[in-house]
Design a protein around this ligand. Sequence first.
Ligand code: 13P
Length: 253
Amino acid sequence: MRKKIVAGNWKMNLTSEEGQQLTTEIVNLYKGEAIQDVVVVLNPPFPHLYPVKKLVGDTAGIFVGAQNCSDKEGGAFTGEVSSKILASFGVSYVILGHSERRENFKEDQVVLATKINQALAHGLVPIFCCGESLEIRESGTHEETVKAQLTASLFHLSPGEFSKVVIAYEPIWAIGTGKTASAEQAQEMHAALRGHLATKYGDVIAAQIAILYGGSANPGNAKELFGKPDVDGGLIGGASLKSRDFIEIVKSF
Ligand code: 13P
């Protein structure tokens, strides 16, 4: 059976105090509501990783992730953070290929492939984001576009490496817009992506890969989205900043 995962992407939000408060609330709710079979990943900005990791402690089922990592192993790269450093601080996941990084920081498919290699080399689980713009969606080429994103940055991996990757489908037109993809649209894309993975890695591995949905997911729509057979969880932006909303999403399976 595939893992069910709900990852919160805090983006560039929350002060030190706010981040610690949110983490404490999420940990308490997760434990208090005896949630068991859903993996939660908290992805705060870099300076939060250490205190968040400390607050999470050894809580079974909750992990800490970064929002980015360097494509370099280490050395004179001022301002960058390597996978090796992240792993040494107990970070387990890293979001890569988010559309905000592709757009604002011009991360291309080649650099993303290198970042994926770095993450895997240091034992981090990459949450690889893919997704199309509104223009592409309206042109009807969205499936081909998103499949090509996977091919370009992931298909160089060996089957063993690839099995560790988590995929997040995040249609750009649904991010932070309040406009969610319908559960049917999400299922259609997730099934198409899983089929694409199978062409390269076979049905068995494709069936094991968790594919998350991201884009204006909230406590009101998560149940329907997570009810679809190929939607294995969510990558949550805005709603991950409120503990109650986030936990309600976690409980939506
Ligand atoms: P929102 O949930 O705020 O739309 O953000 C989605 C996202 O980009 C998560 O990575």
